[in-house]
Design a protein around this ligand. Structure first.
Ligand SMILES: [Zn+2]
Length: 201
């Protein structure tokens, strides 16, 4: 009854890096100028892009995917933007897109704190996996916001509020490599809990 399972080993690093580049290049250029439609449309594109790019960066961490597992990785890349709703008191994409400066939760410091809290509340065998999941999901999101917005990535130090394209690409690559490095060992308990029979064999 289970569904198609996609493994990181079968996909490989290069197609994921290529997918990141092929998707990011036109979308980030268009996001910069927002040439047609309105702010709501670009707000939706931005939300989707956070989730989609997040799922690429996190792909090696989860190691293998059913549709449901992919959705977990996908939505974790965009969920940080809930903080905008609290700041602007609106769920309208147009209002959210009007927010000039991102809140302190859009920072690497918050990524560390949230990851630490996530690791605290799970049992020992899941700690590394949950820490890396939460940290990478938030850090890749914050890095991407630094391309187009005033984002306090190094909060409370607020001298650097944006990244150059190259710094952005290097940071995302670093997070992707982190996911790849820790994924193999840390995802095993997670996978064995989700698919016990296959993981034993
Ligand atoms: Zn954001």
């Amino acid at each position: 009854m289970n569904t198609v399972r996609l493994k990181f080993e079968r996909v490989g690093v290069f197609p994921l890096v290529l997918l990141f580049a092929v998707y990011s290049l036109p979308v980030e250029c268009l996001m910069n100028v927002k040439p047609f439609f309105g702010l709501r449309f670009w707000g939706a594109v931005d939300g989707f892009s956070h989730c989609f790019i997040g799922s690429i960066i996190l792909f090696p961490l989860f190691r293998e995917y059913t549709f449901k597992t992919y959705l977990l990785a996908f939505f974790s890349g965009g969920i940080l933007d809930i903080d905008h709703i609290f700041v602007v008191h609106s769920i309208d994409f147009k209002d959210i897109m009007m927010l000039v400066e991102r809140p302190p939760t859009h920072s690497l410091a918050f990524a560390m704190i949230a990851a630490g809290l996530a690791a605290l509340v799970v049992t020992k065998k899941y700690k590394v996996f949950f820490f890396c999941w939460v940290f990478i999901a938030i850090a890749q999101h914050v890095a991407r916001d630094c391309l187009t917005d005033v984002t306090p990535i190094l909060y409370p130090y607020k001298q650097i509020m944006a990244l150059s394209v190259w710094a952005y690409v290097l940071l995302q690559l670093g997070l992707f490599l982190l996911a790849r490095t820790v994924g193999e060992d840390s995802a095993l308990p997670f996978i064995s809990q989700k698919y016990p029979k296959e993981a034993e064999s």
